[in-house]
Design a protein around this ligand. Structure first.
Ligand SMILES: NC(=O)c1ccc[n+]([C@@H]2O[C@H](COP(=O)([O-])OP(=O)(O)OC[C@H]3O[C@@H](n4cnc5c(N)ncnc54)[C@H](O)[C@@H]3O)[C@@H](O)[C@H]2O)c1
Ligand SMILES: [Zn+2]
Length: 350
């Protein structure tokens, strides 16, 4: 199956969505737009003004934030769709960040065994990463994305106009994923990203999204190790993110991934992999753009315990997949408690 056969990213992507809808006039019996209360307030009015063909759309709204990635909420939203009269030929559009895209993806997969889905990412993180690749999911008992499906065929229309209202904190969340993707790509993208800060991210969005598309195209269902590269920083990142969220503290996904990149890069140092200088440069970039003090206060044993829930564990072994240097082939390393503790300690002493 082709990955997002219809897709657009740039300053006029919504015009392409208008054209896409126009071409399919008569195909859908109803339109439903999932938003969170922020994208409802800041993005939906402009979106509705720019897009033709959605005047009669029904709006489904959730609270902003990771807590909305919840299976009970998916059921509630399904009941909402039912009450709005959605049948098998209903179209669901996600207008929001990664949370709304993930939630809409699962809802569209489950509702009446599957209805058509269009993703309209509105955060930098979703434009660079979450909207591409066809995965969706909700969290359970602190385990991220425990339940989810694949919808690689879903069209994506990522319009930069949405970013005009994105708060600074959220730009930084996307910047973490962008840095990760620039490291995977190496070359000019890494050169530019490593010597820029998050304020330059808009200029690099398209290239970074392309990295994800290429990696996913090589390994669409994550059978090999290539796609796992996109999880660089996420093994430790997800563990600290779920611990922080468990304490009720606010924790951005990108902030956690940035910290995860920092700790995991130390693991490659501990294993004596080449490229220590480039990894130091990565950490300097991360230290300059992110705040890690609150993560470093976590108990490493609690983080290790949480790591045991990592869904990427294979045959009982926790693995991390990294390129040791920007743009290199991926390598797989086993994350033992000893190596983790060593990397954590080195990071704490930065
Ligand atoms: N499915 C995947 O492949 C994949 C990949 C990476 C990340 N993710 C998921 O994505 C989620 C993180 O995404 P996120 O950072 O976009 O989070 P998010 O959806 O919570 O959005 C972040 C915040 O920005 C607000 N917002 C979004 N767009 C806005 C706009 N244009 N103007 C004003 N406010 C806006 C949202 O309301 C929210 O408060 C995580 O749950 C993560 O697991 C999924
Ligand atoms: Zn991520």
């Amino acid at each position: 199956m082709e990955l997002h056969p219809e897709r657009a990213l740039g300053p006029t992507a919504w015009n392409e969505l208008s054209a896409w809808l126009l071409q399919r006039e008569g195909t859908y019996t109803s339109y439903h737009i999932l938003v969170d209360s922020h994208t409802h307030e800041y993005v939906l009015p402009r979106f509705m003004a720019e897009i033709e063909g959605l005047a009669d759309a029904h709006i489904l709204e959730v609270e902003p934030g990771e807590a909305s990635k919840d299976l009970a909420l998916v059921e509630q939203l399904a009941l909402g769709l039912r009450d709005e009269g959605a049948d098998r030929r209903a179209l669901l559009l996600a207008l929001g960040g990664g949370v709304v895209c993930d939630l809409a993806g699962l809802l569209a997969s489950l509702y009446l065994r599957g209805i058509d889905l269009v993703l309209v990412p509105t955060s930098l993180l979703a434009m660079v990463d979450a909207a591409w690749g066809g995965k969706n999911g909700v969290d359970s008992e602190g385990t991220k994305n425990l339940l989810g499906t694949w919808r690689p065929e879903a069209p994506v229309f990522a319009d930069f106009r949405a970013l005009e209202t994105l708060p600074e904190r959220e730009w930084r969340q996307g910047w973490a994923e962008l840095l990760k993707q620039a490291w995977i790509a190496g070359g000019g993208l890494w050169q530019t990203a490593s010597t820029s800060d998050w304020t330059q991210s808009a200029l690099l969005t398209a290239e970074a999204a392309q990295v994800k598309l290429e990696v996913v195209a090589e390994d669409p269902y994550e059978r090999g190790t290539r796609r796992a590269l996109l999880n660089m920083g996420h093994t430790v990142g997800h563990a600290v993110e779920s611990l922080m969220l468990g304490t009720g503290a606010a924790c951005g996904h990108g902030d956690a991934v940035a910290f995860g990149l920092s700790v995991e890069s130390r693991l490659l140092d501990a294993l004596g992999r080449p490229g220590a200088e480039a990894r130091l440069l990565l950490r300097q970039r991360l230290e300059a753009d992110f705040e890690f003090a609150h993560f470093r206060e976590l108990d490493p044993q609690a983080v290790w315990a949480r790591l045991q829930h990592d869904k990427k564990k294979l045959g009982g072994q926790l693995r991390i997949v990294w390129c040791a240097q920007p743009g290199e082939a991926e390598e797989v390393d086993v994350l033992t408690e000893e190596a983790f503790t060593q990397a954590w300690t080195a990071d704490a002493q930065h």
